[in-house]
Structures are given as C-alpha cells and as structure tokens.
Write a protein that binds this ligand. Structure first.
Ligand SMILES: CC(C)(COP(=O)(O)OP(=O)(O)OC[C@H]1O[C@@H](n2cnc3c(N)ncnc32)[C@H](O)[C@@H]1OP(=O)(O)O)[C@@H](O)C(=O)NCCC(=O)NCCS
Length: 171
C-alpha cells in the first residue's frame, strides 16, 4: 500500500480471485417438489446467497440485490444431489457490481460435475442506513476474467436501455 494514497483501505483495487467463492448444498426433501426435483425458487435463493458472498468479499460492505438476470435450468437436480455454486465479481461500475454465479450438480461417487445453471446478478453496496457506497475497482487477471469483464459492460448497456424503456412505458 502506498502511504501517500489517501483512498480508504476498502477502496483499493482487488483481483477477481479475492471474491471467488464456493457454496455447497445437499438437496433435502424440503427443497424439492413431490417428484423429488429441486424447486427452481430454492435454487434462485441459493444463487442469490452465492452471489452475495462474492459481492461482500469484494466490496467489504453490506450489499442489496438490484437485479438477477434470466435463469435457465439445463439439468434436473434431485433430492440427495450435491449442488455446487461458484461466484465471483465480473465487474464493478460505481456503487454496483455484476457477479457471475455458475451452478453445478456433483456426482461425488463418479467424481463428475454437470452444469445446471448460470446467472448474472447486480448488487449495490450500501451502509447500515441504506446509503449507496462506491465500490473498489476489480482487476480481471485471466483471459476468462477479462472476457467476463467486457461482457458485463455490454450487459449493463443493454439493461440500462431496457430499464429506461420500461420506465417510459409505465408513465
Ligand atoms: C437497487 C437500489 C439500491 C437502486 O437504488 P436507486 O436509488 O433506485 O438507484 P440509482 O439510480 O441511484 O443507482 C444506483 C446503482 O444501482 C444500479 N441499479 C439501479 N437499479 C438497477 C437494476 N434494476 N439493475 C441493475 N442495476 C441497477 C445503477 O446502475 C447504479 O449503479 P452504479 O452506481 O454502479 O452506476 C434500490 O432500488 C433498492 O434498494 N432496491 C431494493 C433492493 C432489495 O431490497 N433487494 C432485495 C433484498 S437484498
């Protein structure tokens, strides 16, 4: 840390790797429908939690979920399965950050993982009173992280245009 740098310690740029998080959940009967398949709403909850983990670790602040991108569920998940959720911050804007979450179902007997879902969430950093706070920049290091960083910028432009269109139409 540069001693002459006057930025607060929580505002120093951090690599994506510092926010990388993993959450594991066993699917229990209470998480499933009568056919024993994982409820989509339960998975959405876990995705929100996994995303918040990465957002907290990067921003070192409280965060609220501003939006969740559309979700596809590609692989069915059943009672007894192990669900693995991996998350990291793709890009920071000002007070908001995009987090990517990928979901896998792990067959621990065969040492295999199948891709269940992917989602992009936007979190906004807030203080205890709910005021928005600026978030430290994130540094993408690998080629994959750089691609996600660029893609996050494109998604933000599309979302902002769509939000404006919806606001105009609701007047
Ligand atoms: C999300 C929320 C903080 C945005 O506040 P706001 O005053 O309406 O928004 P602002 O226009 O000041 O924007 C603040 C930031 O949020 C982003 N943002 C606002 N609405 C957004 C949305 N729907 N999707 C993605 N980002 C959004 C803005 O782009 C901006 O980002 P930036 O500072 O990085 O440029 C506010 O609407 C809120 O508190 N919503 C409820 C959140 C909640 O309860 N979540 C579920 C429980 S955690």
């Amino acid at each position: 840390m540069n001693p002459t740098d006057e930025r607060p310690p929580d505002f120093f740029p951090r690599p994506v790797s510092e926010s990388q998080s993993e959450m594991n959940e066993f699917v229990l009967p209470n998480d499933a429908n009568p056919l024993g398949a994982l409820l989509g709403g339960r998975l959405m909850h876990w995705i929100d939690m996994a995303g918040a983990l990465a957002a907290h670790r990067h921003s070192r602040h409280y965060v609220v979920t501003a939006s969740i991108d559309h979700l596809d569920f590609w692989t069915p998940v059943h009672v007894g399965d192990l669900v693995v959720l991996r998350s990291s911050v793709n890009r920071v804007f000002s007070t908001s950050m995009e987090v990517g979450v990928t979901v896998w179902v792990e067959n621990y007997l065969k040492d295999e993982q199948r891709h269940v879902s992917s989602a992009y969430l936007t979190f906004v950093a807030v203080d205890a009173a709910g005021n928005h706070l600026k978030v430290a920049p994130v540094i993408p290091e690998t080629e994959e992280q750089k691609r996600r960083y660029e893609d996050a910028g494109r998604r933000r432009e599309i979302h902002q245009a769509e939000r404006k269109r919806r606001q105009r139409n609701s007047r």
